[in-house]
Design a protein around this ligand. Structure first.
Ligand SMILES: Nc1ncnc2c1ncn2[C@@H]1O[C@H](COP(=O)(O)OP(=O)(O)OP(=O)(O)O)[C@@H](O)[C@H]1O
Ligand SMILES: [Mg+2]
Length: 243
């Protein structure tokens, strides 16, 4: 696996009133193409900030994010949004499904924003969305609304939506939060397939230890840093070092 994503000295400082929060304190990280990375660590350790900085959503205060050697934070706004749309599929807590759109339209929506929304393009996108939803065993629900779906089904729609632009990287922040263990395992299994079958580089943030069985790489964060020298990150998490 070759180097694909690299961060150098990544810092993020938030200012809230006269308070200064150092969410990232200098993160140096490499992620290879095709990796399946899980970020773990206690609440407030900087996981969401880090992945949204890598995803081109949160501008770092200092440091660089290189993707295939390109410094994404040197791009202008339209180049950056183009890059995000092409390269990255997001499954973020805050990016929930739109309640007024049915499943099919929720999945095609980011792609329609991305295209010229000509009728021909829209039809092709809809066929692609149906094919993705079929792969995810959601074909019978294409006309349902989010409120008519179970939590696991909603996650599968979010997965289809993240894949619609055929991005190389999937960033998922707590994709299995609030799911029961069985549904969580199903969603994790789908994510493994996204990594193995669709060959996407998968970056997941989660508090759930169930991911550890499947991830190729585990990265532990604490107080705005990543632990570099944990001989056994899984054991460290189990021992409560990081939670
Ligand atoms: N938009 C923001 N404005 C101000 N402070 C923020 C903002 N986002 C995050 N923070 C602060 O930055 C720190 C890191 O937050 P972050 O959301 O990255 O943590 P996290 O590891 O994802 O936590 P959790 O596991 O609870 O989701 C926290 O102290 C948080 O309060
Ligand atoms: Mg978070």
């Amino acid at each position: 696996m070759s180097e694909f994503i690299r961060t150098n000295g990544l810092k993020k400082i938030y200012h809230v009133g006269d308070q200064r929060v150092e969410a990232l304190k200098g993160v140096d990280l490499e992620i290879a193409q095709g990796d399946f990375v899980v970020f773990m660590g206690h609440s407030g350790s900087g996981k969401t900030t880090l992945v949204s900085t890598i995803g081109g959503l949160t501008r770092p205060t200092e440091g660089t994010v290189l993707i295939e050697g390109k410094n994404i934070w040197k791009l202008n706004d339209s180049q950056l949004s183009n890059f995000r749309n092409r390269k990255i599929g997001f499954m973020f807590q805050s990016f929930s499904l739109l309640p007024t759109l049915n499943v099919l339209n929720n999945v095609v929506m980011p792609a329609i924003f991305n295209s010229n929304s000509r009728k021909k393009d829209t039809d092709a996108l809809k066929s692609k969305a149906i094919s993705l939803l079929t792969d995810l065993d959601m074909k019978s629900k294409v006309n349902s609304f989010p409120s008519e779906l179970s939590g696991g089904e909603q996650r599968r729609v979010a997965i289809a939506r993240a894949l619609i632009n055929d991005p190389e990287i999937i960033l998922a922040d707590e994709p299995t939060g609030e799911l029961d263990i069985r549904t969580e395992k199903e969603v994790i299994e789908i994510c493994c397939q996204i990594n193995n079958v669709y060959k996407k580089t998968l970056i997941v943030v989660s508090h759930s230890l169930t991911w550890l069985e499947k991830a190729k790489t585990t990265i532990v964060m604490k107080d705005g840093f990543i632990y570099k020298d944990l001989a056994d990150p899984v054991q460290a998490i189990m021992n409560g070092v990081c939670k």
